[in-house]
Design a protein around this ligand. Structure first.
Ligand SMILES: [Zn+2]
Length: 86
């Protein structure tokens, strides 16, 4: 009789833990989804330097290229092409 009650409590506890874990898991998923649209750490409208001609251009308008894991910025396609050949 006592064992049956203990087993019932154990099952209830396991269900409670499972529900808690599910809720936490769903919460993490929701946070990740909400964070996805804004991955940029830098503020919008920040100025970046074109290494080819030395011009500063707004990050939003810059021509970008990822090379060796580093993101590079250029004022135009022309400068991007020139950086590749040099
Ligand atoms: Zn340039």
């Amino acid at each position: 009789m006592v064992i049956a009650v203990l087993r019932l409590i154990l099952i209830a506890f396991l269900v409670y833990v499972a529900l808690l874990a599910l809720r936490i898991f769903a919460g993490i998923k929701r946070i990740k989804r909400a964070a996805r649209p804004r991955p940029a750490a830098e503020p919008r409208g920040a100025m970046v330097k074109d290494e080819v001609c030395g011009t500063y251009v707004p990050r939003d308008e810059a021509v970008t290229e990822v090379r060796d894991g580093v993101e590079r910025y250029f004022c135009s396609e022309e400068c991007r092409r020139r950086s590749r050949t040099s």
